[in-house]
Design a protein around this ligand. Structure first.
Ligand SMILES: Cc1ncc(C[n+]2csc(CCOP(=O)(O)OP(=O)(O)O)c2C)c(N)n1
Ligand SMILES: [Mg+2]
Length: 317
C-alpha cells in the first residue's frame, strides 16, 4: 500500500465511520427506516478490499452492508436517501439498508438472508469465467454465516470449478447475540475451507495494511484466472448487533482498549508517524467526510418519497 493508497483508504474509513454514526442517530430519531446494522469498528475490511476493485468486479454483502457499498463506489447521498426511503435512493427507496444495490459500481447487493449472498457471488464468478473476462467476484460474510449449508456448498463448487471468487469473512466473534463458542467448535473460519484446498489467510482485520496486502495478493491471482480464495479478517464490532441493541450480552470495551483496535486510529497514527500526514491534514480528511455526510443527509431529507403508483409499476403478479 503506497501513501496515495493509504490516504484513499483512510478517507474511505472516515466516510464509512461518519456515515454510519449519523445513520444510527437518524434511525433513533425516526428519520431512517427498517432494521439498521452498522459496522463501526470493522471499516478496515471494507476499505482495505473494495478500494482495490474496479466497477466491473462484483461485490456482494449481507445485512451489515453500508461500508461495503460506499467503499465500492456507491454515491453516499443515494445510499442515505435509500435508508431514508426516498425516491432518489439507490433502489428508489424501496430496498433500504439490507437491500442496497448499485449495479453501475458493481455493488450487486446486500441481503438480509445470512449467507444467501455467498452462492450469488459464485454465480458472478462463473459468469466472469464464461465471458472470458478478468473481473472477479468478492463476497463479504460473517462468522455466523459460515455455518450455513449453502456457504459450504459454495466452498465446494468454487474450488471444484476454480472460480475467481474471493470470500472475505469478517470474523467479529458474534452471530447476533451469540458468541462463537456457543455455535461452533471451529475457531478459524479459514480452517473450514481446508478440505477444499483454497488459498487462505487469516489477518488482523483492524490492521488495514494487512487486509490490503493479503487481499491485493489474492486479487492479482484471481485476475489471472486463479481462485477461489478465502481471506478471514479478525475484527471487532464496536456497537450492538443492530442500532438500538443494548448489547447486554457482552462487555463494552474501555476507551483505551478500543483505541488500540480502532482501524482508523491505527492507520491515522501510522501515517502521522511516518510523515505522510500531520495532525491538521488528518483532521481535514475527517472533516471532509463529515461534510459529505451532512450533504447526503440534506439530499435525503430534501428528496421526495416514491409515489404510491410505484408499487404497481414494480410488483410482479
Ligand atoms: C438465513 C438467516 N438466518 C438467520 C437470520 C437472523 N440473523 C440476522 S444477522 C444474524 C447473525 C449473523 O452473524 P454473522 O454472519 O457473524 O454477521 P455479523 O452480524 O456478525 O456481522 C442472524 C442469525 C437471517 N437474517 N437469515
Ligand atoms: Mg459475526
Amino acid at each position: 500500500m503506497n501513501s496515495d493508497d493509504a490516504l484513499r483508504v483512510l478517507a474511505t474509513m472516515e466516510r464509512i465511520r461518519h456515515f454510519e454514526e449519523r445513520v444510527a442517530r437518524l434511525k433513533l430519531a425516526g428519520e431512517v427506516f427498517g432494521l439498521i446494522h452498522v459496522s463501526v469498528g470493522q471499516e478496515g475490511v471494507a476499505a482495505g478490499t473494495c478500494t482495490q476493485l474496479r466497477d466491473d468486479d462484483a461485490v456482494y454483502s449481507g445485512h451489515r452492508a453500508h461500508g461495503h457499498a460506499l467503499a465500492k463506489g456507491a454515491p453516499m447521498n443515494r445510499v442515505m436517501a435509500e435508508l431514508m426511503g426516498r425516491e432518489t435512493g439507490l433502489c428508489r427507496g424501496m430496498g433500504g439498508s439490507m437491500h442496497l444495490v448499485d449495479v453501475e459500481h458493481g455493488f450487486l447487493g446486500a441481503t438480509g438472508v445470512v449467507g444467501g449472498n455467498v452462492p450469488m457471488a459464485l454465480g458472478s464468478a462463473l459468469a466472469s469465467r464464461l465471458r472470458g473476462e478478468d473481473s472477479v467476484a468478492v463476497v463479504f460474510f460473517g462468522d455466523g454465516a459460515a455455518q450455513g449449508g449453502h456457504v459450504l456448498e459454495t466452498f465446494n463448487l468454487a474450488s471444484l470449478w476454480q472460480l475467481p471468487l474471493i470470500l472475505v469473512c469478517e470474523n467479529n466473534g458474534f452471530a447476533e447475540f451469540t458468541p462463537r463458542s456457543a455455535h461452533t467448535v471451529v475457531e478459524r473460519v479459514s480452517d473450514a475451507v481446508a478440505p477444499y484446498d483454497f488459498a487462505r489467510e487469516t489477518v488482523d482485520g483492524n490492521d488495514v495494511r494487512a487486509v490490503w496486502s493479503s487481499f491485493g495478493g489474492f486479487l492479482e491471482r484471481a485476475r489471472t484466472g486463479e481462485g477461489p480464495f478465502l481471506l478471514e479478517c479478525l475484527t471487532h464490532r464496536l456497537s450492538g448487533h443492530y442500532v438500538g441493541d443494548p448489547a447486554a450480552y457482552r462487555e463494552a470495551l474501555a476507551a483505551d482498549e478500543w483505541r488500540k483496535l480502532d482501524p482508523i486510529v491505527r492507520l491515522r497514527t501510522s501515517l502521522i508517524e511516518d510523515g505522510t500526514l500531520d495532525e491538521a491534514a488528518a483532521d481535514a480528511i475527517a472533516a471532509e467526510a463529515i461534510a459529505e455526510v451532512e450533504a447526503a443527509e440534506t439530499f435525503g431529507r430534501d428528496s421526495a418519497y416514491p409515489p404510491e403508483s410505484l408499487t404497481a409499476e414494480v410488483a410482479y403478479a
